[in-house]
Write a protein that binds this ligand. Structure first.
Ligand code: FAD
Length: 548
């Protein structure tokens, strides 16, 4: 034996069709969208699980974006340069229509796109920031029909164009959003950026914007929706990078953030020096206007986290299948099997909740269905809060399954460490946990949530005593008014109730029973607390990253 024989180390997880291997996702689609043609999802699953995309993800995260504030002659450039792998990933995401494409398609398009978004997250989540914002912007942009007519088609176009040139010359465009300022992100009413009227033209009422944004992600997007103050209050504006006369708009990128994770994506701090923008929606109605966008990026936070959980679970299962300790594959050690089964339950429940929200978005867009509209309003804060909140905890445990290797990046090859650094982001941006809990309380005041929950969860009555008790408790609470300080507790209960009802409907009985026992009947604070009698083998088997 030489000194460098390597044995009992696992291999990279690659060459797996991430869609065909994902039974929980397939079962969710089968239950909620049985007519959906999943051919495209199988293609995306193949690509997202390929060695090629993994290599692009590694390179895009290792060779991080570089800001060029000026050119060599001293003129403002305000350009961010990305590694070619970033552009390759963006091109794949747009090719598959993960941005604005569903808005020009028929029923089912948002569900298909949601599943595709989850799968693509397993390849690389940080490029999906501009992709998600470009998806989410359409309903808000419609409030300015001229802008929507001019920009909408290119927001849906699938031929990515990385060039930093004005919109008319580009094959496709992307959009971002700017709300957060130094003095306040959750409380955007504190925004100080000013908008002063500057006439009107074919895009509507024009304004001069002066101020700053403290977080301004993906600054190489072609345009942004931003908030700024007018005499009538906070209003929403369309701010393009290039002006219609072909000159650069006065958006000054000050610096890029040094972030914990999300390294392939650029997040910047910007100042606006009398930049030109066009109003979207009414003056003084900026917050509801931009929240039409924020609600959809919140959907993507839940989908993205469910995708990352699935990826972390697959890595843990793959590793423990290959790695041996104390005479057995780790996956065969009873305690490890317990941890893996518990992670599989969490991952499946996250997938179910996030996909149910996507179904509600799709159905309420196309059919004006009252129940689905209420479910969309309810599920947006609940899924964003709960799925994202569970993400970091999940990633830590999945990482531990890999032992020390889980903690090591190895020049970007250690995917688990990247997942761990990415996880907290979905919980913070687009409204952190408390903000989601407060939004849930607002949702209770505006709709008959009890009736919607009864319709959604009532059919699961009798399937598990813990679920019955939780349903009764939640129905009482949503009708009775909840104290603000208990917002998180309620959000957690609503999430668990809905997850249990979904698992009852779309998952095997072993998954449903174990979920109710460990999440509702008892409140597990660490993974791996399943008891004797739970069918660990079938739960783990169902989630193995093998094609079925
Ligand atoms: C990598 C990254 C990229 C981002 N990109 C963008 C972007 O492109 N555009 C953009 O506009 N923003 C962006 N953000 C900003 C993000 O949306 C905000 O950071 C987030 O909304 C929180 O705002 P804040 O940082 O000002 O924190 P604060 O608003 O100060 O909140 C701090 C904490 O207080 C809690 N809190 C606030 N109010 C209450 C209350 N009433 N009751 C109880 N708790 C409360 C919050 O939940 C949070 O936990 C980005 C953030 C990150 C990390």
């Amino acid at each position: 034996m030489t000194t460098h024989d390597v044995f009992n180390q696992s291999t990279p997880l690659e060459g797996v069709n991430l869609f065909k291997a994902n039974r929980p996702l397939q079962d969710a689609l089968h239950t909620w969208a049985p007519q959906l043609d999943t051919t495209a999802l199988a293609t995306i699953g193949q690509e997202a699980g390929s060695q090629e995309l993994q290599q692009h993800a590694r390179l895009a995260n290792t060779h991080t974006p570089q800001l060029h504030t000026h050119d060599r002659f001293g003129r403002r450039a305000d350009e961010v340069e990305f590694h070619p792998s970033y552009h390759a990933l963006m091109a794949r995401a747009l090719h598959h229509g993960l941005h604005g494409t569903p808005w020009s398609e028929g029923p089912g398009a948002h569900v298909r796109r949601a599943a595709a978004f989850m799968l693509f997250t397993e390849a690389e989540p940080s490029v999906l920031c501009p992709v998600s914002m470009s998806y989410a912007v359409t309903p808000a942009l419609r409030a300015n029909p001229a802008l929507h007519a001019a920009w909408g088609p290119k927001l849906a176009a699938t031929a990515y164009d990385s060039r930093f040139i004005p919109m008319p010359g580009k094959t496709a465009v992307t959009m971002g959003m700017g709300m957060t300022e130094k003095q306040g992100g959750s409380d955007v009413r504190a925004n100080t950026t000013r908008a002063e009227p500057d006439g009107s033209d074919v895009w509507g009422e024009r304004y001069r914007i002066t101020g700053h944004k403290w977080f301004f992600s993906a600054p190489m997007c072609d345009a942004f929706l931003i908030l700024a103050q007018t005499p009538a209050g906070l209003s929403c504006f369309f701010l393009p990078r290039w002006l219609p006369d072909g000159t650069l708009n006065a958006i000054r990128i000050q610096r890029l953030k040094h972030k914990l994770g999300n390294h392939a994506n650029a997040s910047s701090e910007v100042e606006f020096e009398s930049a030109l923008a066009w109003r979207v929606g009414d003056e003084g109605r900026g917050i509801p206007q931009i929240l039409a966008m924020g609600a959809l990026t919140r959907l993507d936070c839940a989908l993205g986290t469910a995708g990352l959980m699935r990826q972390a679970l697959s890595l843990a299962l793959h590793h423990t299948t290959q790695r041996r300790a104390f005479g057995k594959a780790l996956i065969e050690q009873p305690l490890m099997k317990n941890v893996l089964a518990d992670l599989a339950l969490e991952s499946e429940a996250a997938t179910a909740l996030a996909m149910r929200l996507a179904v509600a978005v799709d159905r309420s867009e196309h059919a004006r269905d009252e129940h689905e509209t209420v479910m969309r309003r309810l599920l947006t804060p609940v899924a964003k809060f709960w799925v994202c909140k569970r993400g970091s905890h999940f990633a830590q445990e999945a990482m531990e399954c890999l032992g020390g290797n889980g903690y090591v990046e190895a020049a970007g090859e250690g995917v688990m460490a990247r997942i761990y650094r990415e996880m907290p982001l979905n919980s913070i941006w687009e409204g952190a946990g408390n903000i989601m809990a407060l939004d849930l309380l607002r949702a209770l005041r505006g709709a008959d949530v009890a009736a919607a929950l009864e319709r959604e969860c009532g059919p699961a009555r009798g399937a598990h005593p813990a679920l019955d008790a939780l349903l009764a408790q939640v129905l009482h609470e949503v009708d009775g008014g909840t104290d603000e300080a208990e917002g998180r507790a309620l959000a957690r209960r609503v999430a668990l109730l809905l997850q249990a009802a979904l698992l009852r409907r779309q998952s095997p009985p072993a998954v449903f029973a174990a979920f109710c026992d460990t999440r509702i009947a008892q409140a597990s604070d660490v993974f791996g607390l399943l008891r004797h009698g739970h069918d660990l083998d079938s739960i783990v088997q169902r989630s193995l990253p093998l094609e079925t």
